[in-house]
Structure formats: C-alpha cells, structure tokens
Design a protein around this ligand. Structure first.
Ligand SMILES: Nc1ncnc2c1ncn2[C@@H]1O[C@H](COP(=O)(O)OP(=O)(O)OP(=O)(O)O)[C@@H](O)[C@H]1O
Length: 303
C-alpha cells in the first residue's frame, strides 16, 4: 500500500459557537481519485476550504505531503492545487498569457507550461483569447493553472458544474489520466452521483459534519451483500405485495411503475417467483438491476 499523501486527523471547525465539522479522520493516497460526498450542508465545502487554506481549522489537523496545516501552513498548502471557486482568468488575454502570469507567481518554467498545456489537451487553442473558449476549455485552463506548481494533491469542488455531458466526460477522463500519469491525489466533491460513480476510486461520505463511510467505490456499491433490485411484473399486484410482505418480512418491498420491487439476492429470484406462482399470482416479466452509487448513498445517509 502506498503512503498516504493527505492525512486528515480529527479535523474540526467551529463557526459562531456551532461545531460544523465534528472530527473527521481519513487518509488519501497518491494516484487515486477520491470523491467527497454528502447531502447539502453536510460540511464538504468547509472541509475543503480548510484543506486549501481558505479558512483555518478549529482543532485537529490535515497533514499534506508530510506538512501540518496547523504548524507549517504555507508548506502544506504549497503542495495543493485547487479549483474551489471559479478560477479568475483574464478573458482578453490568451490562455498562454494567463498561464504565464500565474507561472511567475509560483515560479514555474516555460517548459512546465508547455508540458501542462499538452497534458490538458489545449495545445491548439492556447494562443487564442480566453473569451473565445467554451466552458469546458476554461475548466481545462483552470486545471492547467492549478497544476503548474507540481502539486501532490488536486482539489476540485463541484468541477462538473455547468458542463454539458460531453464536457463532463472529458473532464472525467483528464482527472483519471492525471491521477494515473502524474501520481497526483485528486479530490473531487460533487452532487452528481452518477458522475462520481464513474470517476472515483474511493469515496468518503460526510453527513452533519461527521464521516459516515470511507470505502473503495466497488466495495461500497456491491460489497459482500450481493442484493439487487428485482422488479416483478405481476397480477394481481396487491395480492402479490401482501403475500411477499408476509413471506419475506426482512426484505425491502416497494411498488414502482406498476411493478413489485424487491431487494434480494440472485438466488432468491426463483424462490420468490415460485412462491408467487403457487399463490395464484401471474408473472409477466422479471428485471434485475444492480445497485448504483445513488441507491447506496441514499441507504447510508438519512435522506
Ligand atoms: N460562515 C458560516 N457561518 C455560519 N454557518 C456556516 C458558515 N459556513 C458554513 N456554515 C454552515 O455549515 C454547514 C456546512 O456547510 P458546507 O457549505 O460546508 O456544506 P456542504 O456539504 O458543502 O453543502 P453543499 O453541498 O450545500 O455545498 C451548513 O449547515 C452551513 O450552513
């Protein structure tokens, strides 16, 4: 196992006497895309703002590449590249001129600019004015800016906001490539769970300032529990529902789009079917659907 590049240790934030972040502890590793999820108001933005130095931590610590944000703040934050609020760009300058300005502040060389421009795929447009860029291209220019100083950790708050499906897909591919090729830890927070499912290797779920889960994405969604959602198209529906609730009191049962929906194991599909047939219910169709990140997210948070 690689050594953690970010160690969050019992991190807390109190705002106006109220504890907003109630002691988070988790690690993030180089080369992974880590999704930070949670319902509205859970504390994602506040946690990210502490990690990038936009607000101070009330207690606990975040160790970034060996440096504590409490004791060695400047050094810790110098290892972070972030797009938290919309990055400011000069629209009447070219993408290259914008990067050049920023490179001066972080002492990045021209060859680093060229390297990053290539990495984010802006070679053909880099000398055009930013005002001619699409939102997706601006997002990539923001990424390039955040990467100029060789950060070990890249943090993006809601990076897919405002992008169309093609733009979202493109960004997803770049972030995965970055994690893989530059061995950067990429931390993203987003409300779009279907996107996060495709983008992230691991996730941390926060709710009311506390950590609910930190887990490998696949394990979180599929885990040991191989239950799937199975929809039975049956008649009569009310009779089927009554029988199933009595016979399988521990299973989740719902009626959706005129079908009987059960959360059961693969093996139980034939058991339920034969039970229904023996109780005078006719079956017209059976569909099973693997759980999604959204299904699991709603199960573990109290939404
Ligand atoms: N400056 C502040 N003063 C008072 N309360 C604040 C302040 N900043 C954040 N909060 C509160 O802290 C909680 C967490 O907010 P935060 O923005 O971190 O949540 P979030 O998970 O990012 O939510 P969202 O998904 O809606 O962006 C919320 O209840 C919010 O009202």
């Amino acid at each position: 196992m690689k050594k953690a590049i970010v160690q969050i240790k019992d991190l807390k934030k109190v705002i106006k006497g109220k504890e907003i972040i109630k002691g988070l502890t988790f690690d993030i590793y180089p080369g992974e895309v880590f999704g930070f999820l949670g319902p509205n108001g859970a504390g994602k933005t506040t946690t990210i703002r502490m990690m990038v130095g936009l607000t101070s931590a009330s207690a606990g610590d975040a160790i970034i590449d060996g440096n504590s944000i409490q004791n060695n703040f400047e050094k810790a934050v110098s290892k972070v590249g972030a797009i938290v609020e919309n990055p400011d760009m000069y629209k009447f300058l070219s993408g290259y001129q914008n990067l050049k300005q920023y490179a001066r502040m972080v002492s990045a060389t021209d060859s680093r600019i060229d390297e990053i421009v290539k990495l984010v795929g802006l070679e053909n447009a880099i000398h055009n004015k930013v005002k001619t860029y699409s939102l997706g291209m601006r997002q990539r220019l923001g990424l390039a800016q955040a990467l100029l100083h060789h950060p070990s950790v890249l943090i993006l708050d809601e990076p897919t906001n405002g992008l169309d499906p093609a733009g979202i897909r493109e960004l997803r591919d770049y972030l995965r490539k970055l994690a893989r090729e530059e061995d950067i830890a990429v931390i993203v927070s987003s409300h779009l769970l279907s996107e996060m499912e495709l983008m992230c290797d691991r996730i941390g779920i926060v709710e009311k300032g506390k950590l609910v889960k930190v887990e490998d994405m696949n394990e979180f969604i599929h885990g040991d529990n191989q239950e799937t959602q199975v929809t039975f198209q049956v008649e009569p529906l009310d009779l089927a529902e009554r029988h199933v609730r009595e016979q399988f009191p521990n299973s989740q049962v719902a009626i959706k789009d005129n079908g009987l929906v059960l959360s059961i194991n693969r093996e139980e599909i034939s058991e339920v079917s034969s039970f229904l047939l023996h109780n005078g219910v006719r079956i017209y169709g059976i569909q099973s659907k693997a759980k999604s990140l959204e299904d699991r997210f709603l199960e573990v948070t109290s939404q």
